[in-house]
Design a protein. Structure first.
Length: 73
């Protein structure tokens, strides 16, 4: 997985491409594009390319994997 990183106040943040994210999340690249375009996954555009911060993807996957509360309880 190719990833770029930059320093943000001493914090190392990995920047991932669509291909990186597809491999990381085990999704197709088409699904990653669709999620990014619909705002379903944290992402941003650099020109015509989508980019993703790994730390935000990790937070998003943790949030998305939380159990859904039962409304009957």
């Amino acid at each position: 997985m190719k990833k770029r990183s930059f320093q943000n106040g001493g914090e190392d943040i990995a920047i991932m491409t669509v291909r990186d994210v597809a491999n990381y999340l085990r999704l197709s690249e088409a699904k990653v594009y669709r999620l990014a375009k619909e705002g379903g996954v944290p992402s941003f555009r650099l020109g015509k390319s989508w980019r993703f911060r790994r730390d935000l993807l990790d937070e998003w996957t943790k949030k998305e994997s939380q159990p859904i509360p039962d409304p009957a309880s």
